[in-house]
Design a protein around this ligand. Structure first.
Ligand SMILES: [Zn+2]
Length: 291
């Protein structure tokens, strides 16, 4: 599933490829992708004649901003956008085609068919599902240490599910949560409300660094995507923790452990990310020695 860095890369790529183009017609082949409006014919006719002004992003959602309309798109598991010339063979699993007046078209492909599109009047998109209740935007200037502490420090869940909750912070998924917790040296099952201020500050920095580096890595791969078939989607970043079970921790050399936290496959280093009770005992002993 694409997380913030992948969606941000798609956003930047789409900005290069389709901003300024005017939609001539739209065809929907799989109605269930379109969540708003209910009437698919209305979706198709309303978009015709509108020009793409900007591609925005909110969490893992793309905002395709037009003159007078906003299309909110979520790629979910396997959604892909590609730009083609009209007349290019339409590949399998193509569910929506946006034809532009310049002879090109934007196609939405989705093998798993979980992706969604919602059409709004400008500004309306933030007041309604699916964007209305979204939390902090971690690469925005508003994502300060104080805002992060406010959003997380009183949650009574384990830290990993708290970070995955899009109503607290947006954009993080299974991969980048594991990466950020490893960098911060925090066990994924640590109770969120038992983290020290220092741990939360480390975690805040780890989230920003992890996502920023991944966005930069994605940015450097944009060119090859655009020069290829114009298709964009997921790409593999160099990950320090996710998917490395059994391999040596890059910090201490101990094997990376895979477990399940909140129903999600979770990777961590038992040495660098000690469980809450152990880290608490160590702290008490340290404090005891100091006192
Ligand atoms: Zn380690």
């Amino acid at each position: 599933m694409p997380e913030l860095p992948e969606v941000e890369t798609v956003r930047r790529t789409l900005t290069q490829l389709i901003v300024g183009k005017t939609i001539q017609s739209v065809e929907v082949y799989l109605p269930r992708i379109i969540q708003r409006p209910d009437d698919i014919k209305r979706f198709e006719t309303e978009l015709a004649g509108h020009t793409i002004v900007e591609i925005g992003r909110r969490g893992k959602f793309l905002r395709i901003v037009m003159d007078g309309l906003v299309l909110v798109s979520h790629l979910r598991m396997e959604g892909r956008y590609g730009v083609y010339r009209t007349g290019d063979e339409v590949e399998k699993h193509t569910h929506v085609i946006f034809r532009f007046t310049d002879g090109t078209e934007l196609r939405y492909k989705d093998v798993r068919q979980f992706g969604t599109m919602h059409l709004f009047a400008p500004g309306e998109e933030f007041k309604q599902k699916p964007l209305a209740k979204l939390g902090l935007e971690p690469l925005d200037a508003s994502f300060t240490e104080a805002a992060f502490l406010e959003a997380i420090s009183r949650r009574t869940t384990k830290i990993k599910p708290a970070l995955l909750n899009q109503e607290y912070i947006v954009g993080l998924g299974n991969i980048y949560v594991d990466e950020a917790l490893f960098r911060a040296g925090i066990h994924p099952e640590h109770p969120a409300d038992k983290l020290t201020k220092r741990q939360l500050e480390r975690l805040h920095a780890a989230i920003v660094d992890t996502l920023t580096e991944a966005v930069e890595a994605g940015g450097s791969s944009i060119k090859s995507y655009v020069n290829g078939q114009g298709e964009m989607g997921m790409f593999q970043h160099s990950l320090r923790m996710y998917g490395r079970q059994g391999e040596p921790c890059l910090n201490c050399g101990q094997p990376v452990v895979k477990t399940v936290v909140g129903g999600r496959g979770t990777h961590f280093c038992p040495t660098c990310q000690p469980p809450y009770r152990t880290s608490q005992k160590a702290r008490q002993q340290r404090n005891g020695r100091q006192g």
